[in-house]
Structure formats: C-alpha cells, structure tokens
Design a protein around this ligand. Structure first.
Ligand code: URA
Length: 247
C-alpha cells in the first residue's frame, strides 16, 4: 500500500532542510515531482511511487541523523552559500560526509553555539515558537544599563511594533565603559538581542550565544564542533536554565 505525505515534510525528513526552509525551497521552484515543478504548498506526494528531485538531484530518505554543536566564529555566514564569497559555517566541518544545515541563524558578527543537523523535523522543533526553546547569549554592551532598564527588557519591550516575550537577564561583570550581560530569550527575531539592548540605549559591542536550552558550549573553542548524543539533544528542550556557572 502506498502512503502520501506532504512534500515539505518529505524534504525535511530526507534531511534537506527544516520544514519551513523546505517550503521556501519549494516556492523557489527548485523541486520537481515526476519531472513537474511543484510550487503549491501542501502538495501530497507518494514517495514510494514518485520521483522527487531538488535542483535536479534525486531526493531519497536516509535514516542516519547527525547533530553537531559548532562554536561559530565571527565572520562566518550561517547560510549554505554566500553570493559575496564570505566563509560559510559548513566549511568548518571536516570529515563529515553528510550534508548538514544550520538550525536557525546567527549574525555574521555573532559567535557561539550553532546546531547543525540533517534532521529537518528536529530542526523544525527547535525553531518552532510553540516549543519555546531558550537561547542564552552573553552580550557586552556599552555603558552600565540601569537595573530598571534591564527589568524592562525582562518584562518585554516594544520592538518593531511587537512586544518581546519575557527574558531572563543577569549582569556578569561591569567593566570600564562596558557591561557583560547574560540574557536568555526564546524568540528568534532577526538581530533580536542587539535590537533589545539598542532600544534601551546600550548597544551591543560583542555577542556570543552560549547555549540552546541547557545545552552549553562548555569550553568548545571557536571553529570547533562536537557531535551531540541523545542526552545532549534532550537538554535543548529543558526550560529551566541555570543562568550562572556554565559557559
Ligand atoms: N540576536 C542577535 O542580535 N544576533 C544573533 O545573531 C542572535 C540573536
């Protein structure tokens, strides 16, 4: 008996990209089903009887999923290619012979924790707002934000006409001219941390993501990565984050 599945779900399950990204790829007209370009969202396909191709290459399921945690250095882009020729994060993976894609993004000038995988379903789960996966950052900001201002950020501020969700904030150090602040959020808006601190008048001069959920970089040097175990993956979804101690 043949079974049908939504095209974007099939692509995600084959490790092409997260489901959301797979939808973009479909909309770009890069996917064919039995030789016909399909751009309609939610098209049902029958993988056992139909031929699915991405950019002309056959897409087949593979059941070996790999998850890695990379400490992204500054100056690397988190896209799969870059028209401007800047270095891409996947060029840091050596000896990994499966195609991995980054889960979400980090700005060019942000460093730190970046998960890469070929498991489109897990990537979707990590990024979907309903799972509220927290991300913790260490931001060095200009000046000394007043406690009142930091409380504002914790409660949520209006950013581009939309309130930010509650955040957790802890001041790590007050240096001359700057402060180091740890902030945990679960949203993933573009340049969110930078915009939040900018909004209270303390621009970010250095930003590093140190954790997804309770999965911390823990001493992984920039440019290096480690393969994640099932136990590590569970830590991503743990909601209670210790703000102190781990890095
Ligand atoms: N917030 C930012 O401002 N930049 C990132 O790269 C991630 C979160």
């Amino acid at each position: 008996m043949s079974e049908t599945v939504r095209l974007q779900k099939y692509l995600a399950g084959c490790g092409i990209a997260s489901r959301r990204k797979a939808e973009e790829i479909i909309a770009q007209g890069r996917v064919t089903v039995d030789g016909e370009i399909v751009t309609a969202m939610g098209s049902q396909i029958d993988p056992s009887n139909q031929e699915i191709r991405l950019d002309g290459k056959l897409v087949t399921p593979h059941n070996e999923f790999l998850y890695i945690l990379l400490n992204k250095p500054q100056g690397y882009v988190t896209t799969m290619s870059d028209p401007q020729g800047r270095p891409i994060v996947t060029s840091l993976l050596h000896g990994i012979n499966v195609r991995l894609f980054p889960v979400g993004r980090l700005d060019l000038d942000t460093e730190g924790a970046l998960i890469l995988t070929n498991d489109g379903e897990l990537a979707q789960k990590i990024q979907h707002p309903s799972y509220e996966v927290t991300k913790t950052y260490e931001a060095r900001v200009l000046g000394r934000p007043a406690e009142k201002m930091l409380q504002k950020l914790e409660h949520g501020i209006l950013l581009e006409e939309k309130q930010t969700a509650p955040a957790k904030i802890m001041v790590i150090a007050r240096e001359t001219g700057t402060s180091s602040i740890r902030i945990t959020i679960h949203e993933g808006r573009k340049r969110q941390v930078r915009k939040m601190f900018q909004a209270i008048g303390h621009p970010v001069v250095h930003l590093k993501r140190i954790a997804y959920g309770n999965l911390f970089l823990q001493g992984l040097p920039p440019g290096k990565y480690r393969i994640l175990s099932p136990k590590d993956l569970k830590k991503i979804f743990i909601k209670k984050i210790p703000l102190q101690n781990k890095k």
